[in-house]
Ligand binder design. Structure first.
Ligand SMILES: Cc1cc2nc3c(=O)[nH]c(=O)nc-3n(C[C@H](O)[C@H](O)[C@H](O)COP(=O)(O)O)c2cc1C
Length: 484
């Protein structure tokens, strides 16, 4: 059977989808496929009626402009659950004492770097923006400055950028804050700042407050600044973090977030320094130092700038587990107990966001997914999270914050006495043998193929590599039991 997520991931996510325009019943198949693409399957059914669609000859598919073959929209609709209509849950949450209509903010970057961009994002439902880092420094940027790593048909698993802070003038950016605050008084403006001296940090905080910002975020974490003693050079040095945080607090009464670098072993150390110096919360993570690779035929780095390149920041879906690990470390640190955390790094869907919230983040920030798909991802972030809260009977978002943190424990306390084993679904198995290949070459030689089907032997240790590599989902998990 076709896998709907795989099929939805082929969708070009067209603006004003031809499929929706072609629907004779006025349904919105392009929105439905987008909901599936962004893991909001449970609400996808709101955008078409599967019984009606079953009788249709498929005008949507005929109109599809896919360059290879049309998306199998009818089959996606057929496999979509009937959606339960319910009122949207209240996603509002107070963060650092500031009321936010939902937890979703644009993170500081190119996606929040001008009035029209932020206004559009607000109109579409984003609760706040962390504006592109401002400073007295006006950087010169390179071209090109982005690249991405894909895998097996997914074009954008990890993303690399070489962009520094805002290349607009400071006064121009402050004027954007003033206009945004005037026209969007209930949205949240976070001023991300970067000074080159304590005096500059203080002054930037003062100017930001004066221009209407609600929160200050200190950029202690950009990994590819051209000047020394800036960005992640600060974040790696707890003394500098403390000095600059104190300087910021001197310039403002607004709540202050210290944005941490992941280019360090223990993030708790600079985070504690920031909090001790007066920071009200921690934001994490900024991008990870990376080298994306080489164009081996032409013997030059990928994304070449005149044939050369540099170590620079990596973000997007690929970094999410690393970001979550740092959030976990912050949450588990006794000296940081109760310190509010704004989480980011690879968030694309409401489920990604839920991971950060369940671990302890009261605020969510996103850049790379917005660069790839646009502000419209907010539709499924809000709808999916609201639907989850409805299904789980969660009334207030703040009740969700940190509610699963206690399930992350140290490895020495995990149950090592019992095992789960793979369970094979003969009807789903297509006999490709991938499970046996991986089990032999990367596992414990517990699987052999007999008459086109996998057979398990007593070597199995229950690692479940086989389940992970099965391309058709034919392998399930047994009950936990004593080791065989
Ligand atoms: C193109 C680009 C520009 C960025 N610029 C900034 C910046 O000016 N200030 C900052 O604090 N972080 C900056 N970041 C980091 C993001 O705010 C965010 O911390 C990081 O990308 C992880 O989130 P993501 O995976 O959702 O992109 C930038 C990231 C990208 C991709």
């Amino acid at each position: 059977m076709m896998k709907i997520h795989e099929e939805a991931s082929r969708c070009l996510l067209c603006v004003d989808g031809a499929c929706s325009r072609a629907c004779p019943k006025g349904f919105d198949p392009s929105r439905l496929v987008r909901a599936v693409r962004f893991e909001n399957d449970k609400c996808a059914g709101l955008y078409a009626d599967k019984e009606v669609c079953a009788k249709c000859s498929g005008d949507c598919e005929k109109a599809c402009i896919h360059y290879d073959r049309p998306i199998r929209i009818k089959e996606i609709i057929e496999q979509t659950e009937k959606a339960v209509k319910h009122d949207k849950k209240d996603l509002s949450i107070e963060f650092l004492g500031v009321k936010c209509e939902n937890p979703f903010f644009l993170s500081s970057s190119v996606v929040a770097s001008g009035y029209d961009m932020c206004a559009k994002a607000f109109d579409m439902g984003w609760a706040g923006v962390v504006y592109k880092t401002i400073g007295f420094l006006k950087p010169e940027e390179v071209s090109p400055r982005f690249d991405a790593i894909g895998k097996e048909g997914t074009p954008f698993v990890g993303f690399k950028n070489l962009e520094q802070i805002s290349d607009h003038g400071l006064e121009e950016n402050l004027e954007v804050f003033r206009r945004l605050k005037k026209n969007y008084p209930n949205k949240v403006i976070v001023s991300s700042i970067m000074g080159q001296s304590t005096a500059e940090w203080t002054e930037l905080a003062r100017l930001s407050e004066e221009a209407g910002a609600d929160i200050i975020e200190c950029n202690f974490s950009c990994p590819h600044m051209t000047g020394h003693g800036l960005g992640s050079d600060v974040g790696q040095n707890p003394d500098l973090v403390a000095e600059y945080t104190a300087a910021v607090k001197k310039g403002t009464k607004l709540p202050v977030l210290a944005k941490m670098t992941p280019n360090i072993g223990n993030m708790e150390i600079p985070a504690m320094a920031a909090v001790k110096a007066g920071a009200d919360g921690i934001a994490a993570i900024n991008t990870i130092k990376s080298v994306i690779g080489f164009d081996v035929e032409n013997m030059q780095p990928l994304m070449p700038v005149d044939g050369k390149n540099s170590v620079s920041g990596y973000s997007g879906k690929a970094v999410k587990p690393i970001a979550l690990r740092f959030i976990n470390d912050l949450v588990k640190c006794d000296k940081l107990k109760g310190v509010p955390i704004s989480g980011m790094g690879g968030i694309e869907t409401w489920k990604d966001a839920a991971d950060f919230i369940l671990l302890g983040c009261g605020n969510i920030q996103i850049t790379t997914a917005v660069m790839q798909y646009g502000y419209r991802i907010i539709d499924d972030l809000i709808e999916g999270l609201s639907d989850y809260m409805y299904r789980k009977g969660i009334d207030k978002l703040e009740d969700m914050v940190g509610s699963a943190a206690s399930m992350m424990v140290s490895p020495d306390t995990l149950n090592r006495k019992t095992t789960v084993y793979p369970v094979f679904d003969k009807k789903k198995c297509v006999g490709c043998g991938r499970c046996a290949v991986s089990c032999y070459d990367g596992g414990h030689q517990a699987l052999t193929m007999k008459d086109g089907a996998p057979v398990l032997n007593k070597n199995c240790v229950g690692c479940l590599l086989c389940k992970l590599v099965c391309p058709v989902g034919a392998i399930g998990i047994s009950k936990r039991m004593d080791r065989r």
